[in-house]
Ligand binder design. Structure first.
Ligand SMILES: NC(=O)c1ccc[n+]([C@@H]2O[C@H](COP(=O)([O-])OP(=O)(O)OC[C@H]3O[C@@H](n4cnc5c(N)ncnc54)[C@H](O)[C@@H]3O)[C@@H](O)[C@H]2O)c1
Ligand SMILES: O=C(O)C(=O)C[C@]1(C(=O)O)C=C[C@@H](O)C=C1
Length: 294
């Protein structure tokens, strides 16, 4: 049977939550979408754009009518939201999320929804951009992209199957992983690069002649720094939520950078070239796989 939901509540109607609602509506898998948000202007925009059918600032009232609740706010907001919805959640309502970190979300579900764990299914769509808010929501964002589910040991099979089926209806390729492995993998391939991009641009911006330097920045700078345009609050929360794994990745990167610095200081061109070749080969192989996966 095709997974579908009568009433979906999206808490945080931005790029990720809004695009999920749009995709499910287009696939005919949801009848009614209620958006819950903290910014009235953003909620108004979501309504005007047809991303949601109804907006509400009353989380409990909205959840009381939900077949499924998707949390798509920054991960730092999720504990308070789980706590606020807990008393009003109908027994069968599925609770899922789209947060970029999974160990923290699982712990928050345990803390705030201890009686509801069978219906909780943490998830992470591996698609997005540096844009945010309801106006950034788009059809097709999840087409051909991966989604990682990190079910709890308590999650019901049918709740997992529904969440899986809905993401598949969005065009996604759904995988399952343990939360610990998830957070380790994404610390290296997503969280570290964002931290580096923010740190790098901030150092240039701090120079007294920054504008002069930015005047001449071109495509290399654009490609390396696109993700430094991402939402600062969202990335603060991700970094803090995955702090241990991210610190490990940062230490490893700093060791690699120190090695490269030594090679540069010693004008050891051969060693530098070998490092660059290993990186280029790995990146080329990855990019071919990425293109095949599209
Ligand atoms: N942007 C990406 O590339 C990406 C990809 C995958 C997962 N994610 C995750 O998805 C989540 C949402 O990211 P996004 O890019 O859609 O962000 P976004 O800024 O576009 O949307 C988040 C929305 O949540 C709302 N919000 C914040 N606090 C709230 C609260 N307490 N109650 C109700 N609404 C609240 C904001 O007003 C905003 O509209 C984050 O947890 C992020 O880690 C992001
Ligand atoms: O394309 C981007 O801008 C993204 O940052 C998307 C991206 C990533 O690939 O790192 C960011 C965070 C996620 O949780 C998943 C995807």
């Amino acid at each position: 049977m095709q997974a579908s939901i009568d009433t979906l509540v999206v808490v945080g109607v931005g790029l990720i939550g809004g695009s999920f609602a749009l995709a499910l509506r287009r696939a005919g898998r949801v009848r009614h979408v209620i958006g819950v948000g903290r910014s009235l202007a953003n909620m108004q925009r979501a309504l005007e754009l047809g991303v949601v059918d109804e907006v509400s600032t009353e989380l409990g009232d909205a959840c009381a009518r939900a077949g499924m609740v998707l949390l798509a706010t920054p991960v730092g907001q999720m504990g308070a939201l789980f706590g606020a919805m807990a008393p009003r959640l109908p027994e069968h309502t599925i609770v899922t999320d789209a947060g970029s970190t999974k160990g923290d979300v699982a712990l928050l579900m345990r803390e705030h929804l201890p009686g509801h764990l069978a219906r909780c299914v943490p998830a992470h769509p591996i698609a997005g951009s540096d844009l945010s808010g309801a106006a950034a929501a788009q059809f097709g964002l999840y087409e051909g992209r991966r989604v990682v589910l990190t079910p709890l040991p308590e999650s019901d099979d049918d709740a997992v199957a529904t969440v899986r089926g809905l993401w598949q209806a969005c065009g996604a390729d759904v995988h399952e992983m343990g939360a610990h492995e998830h957070d380790s993998v994404f610390a290296s391939v997503s969280h570290l690069p964002h931290l580096l991009a923010f740190a790098y641009v901030e150092r240039i911006a701090a120079r007294s002649d920054a504008e002069r330097r930015f005047d001449f920045a071109a495509t290399g700078f654009r490609d390396f720094t696109r993700i430094a345009g991402s939402h600062p609050e969202m990335w603060r929360d991700i970094a803090l939520a995955n702090r241990d794994a991210l610190l490990g990745e940062l230490d490893d990167y700093m060791a690699g950078l120190a090695r490269l610095r030594g090679q540069l200081a010693g004008a050891d061109g051969e060693a530098m070239q070998r490092t660059f070749e290993r990186a280029r080969d790995a990146r080329t192989r990855w990019y071919q796989r990425f293109l095949r996966g599209q």
